[in-house]
Design a protein around this ligand. Structure first.
Ligand SMILES: NC(=O)c1ccc[n+]([C@@H]2O[C@H](COP(=O)([O-])OP(=O)(O)OC[C@H]3O[C@@H](n4cnc5c(N)ncnc54)[C@H](OP(=O)(O)O)[C@@H]3O)[C@@H](O)[C@H]2O)c1
Length: 290
């Protein structure tokens, strides 16, 4: 039974992925900052007779990372699959983001994932076998206003993952990127500071609110992401990148149809209605209207 470590399993995509992998014959270590949050997962696993254990892991803390990996190797012998899912959201204009906040987001979304990869790679390389799945975002493919911090962190992890994938393919290690659009999870109720209505950038906050609101009316659920993560692990035809959700596909498609200058032009002053119309005129309304 392959051993899978999933980070950020307390809620959302990580919780669904931990359970889905356990239901599909993986021995799962569902890790989270506060293991008390794993009670429901443990109960589900127990009632279904699954091999799922909950362990403490804060990816921002190097000791926590090495202790967690050491504990799993002690209990299960090795780590075959790492799912780097832990992440935090962020919204707001770059000018108004504190350096402390930007560092915090990069600490979790980038350095946390890198820390975990560095801990599992030696064993995978020696065994010439293993899979690393990094959950980034469509925001790591397309940079929208109001998302510079989050997008910056996801672009960073995206390109580091692509680079790593080519470095380790010779060692038989599979590396994949999961790039979801808007997924209905608690991420939207955590973290970010309330928007400042006096901000000269408030139009972007309004657009972002509209965009997430429309998508969350017909959401993609974490289970769909979990199933794709499992597919990325087990498929005989592995790919580097997997988009998830209709908005993720149309956003990437849309961006490829704009020149850089046309894309920047969407940032000029205009009402929300004009903005939606502009995208519609370009034939890319689907991701707002679907
Ligand atoms: N939801 C979306 O629309 C969406 C779209 C694209 C990509 N994503 C990405 O998908 C991943 C999962 O997000 P989600 O939507 O499922 O949100 P979520 O429900 O908030 O889950 C995020 C998980 O990461 C954990 N986490 C945060 N900081 C951590 C740290 N320092 N160490 C360990 N765990 C930490 C959280 O733990 P706590 O419970 O302790 O906070 C939680 O378990 C993230 O990387 C996110 O960026 C989400």
């Amino acid at each position: 039974m392959d051993v899978a470590l999933v980070t950020g399993s307390s809620t959302g995509i990580g919780e669904s992925t931990a359970l889905h992998l356990a239901r599909n014959n993986f021995h799962v270590f569902a890790t989270m900052r506060n293991p008390d949050a794993g009670t429901a997962l443990l109960e589900a696993a127990k009632s279904e007779g699954l091999r799922l254990e909950v362990l403490a892991l804060d990816v921002n803390d190097a000791d926590s990372c090495s202790n967690c990996v050491g504990e799993i190797v002690n209990r299960a012998g090795q780590i075959d699959i790492l799912v780097n899912n832990a992440g935090i959201g962020s919204g707001g204009p770059l000018e108004e983001a504190s350096m402390e906040h930007i560092r915090e987001v990069f600490e979790t979304n980038v350095f946390g994932a890198v820390r975990m990869m560095q801990l599992v790679l030696p064993g995978m390389r020696e065994r010439r076998q293993g899979t690393i799945v990094n959950v980034t975002s469509v925001a790591g493919r397309v940079a929208n206003p109001n998302m510079s911090t989050y997008s910056g962190s996801k672009f960073a992890l995206d390109v580091m993952t692509e680079s790593l994938a080519a470095e380790v393919v010779r060692f038989g290690i599979r590396v994949a990127l999961i790039e979801p659009g808007v997924i209905q999870t608690p991420i939207f109720s955590k973290g970010s500071n309330p928007p400042n209505p006096e901000s000269p950038y408030s139009e972007f906050v309004e657009r972002a609110g509209h965009w997430f609101g429309v998508r969350l009316e017909k959401p993609t659920y974490p289970q769909e992401v979990a199933e794709l993560i499992e597919h990325a692990i087990v498929t005989d035809e592995p790919k580097l990148r997997y988009l998830v959700g209709p908005d993720a596909f149309s956003m990437v498609q849309a961006r490829s149809e704009f020149t850089d200058e046309e894309w920047l032009d969407t940032g000029r002053e205009m009402s929300l209605e004009e903005y939606v119309q502009l995208l519609s005129d370009r034939g890319i309304s689907s991701y707002l209207d679907e």
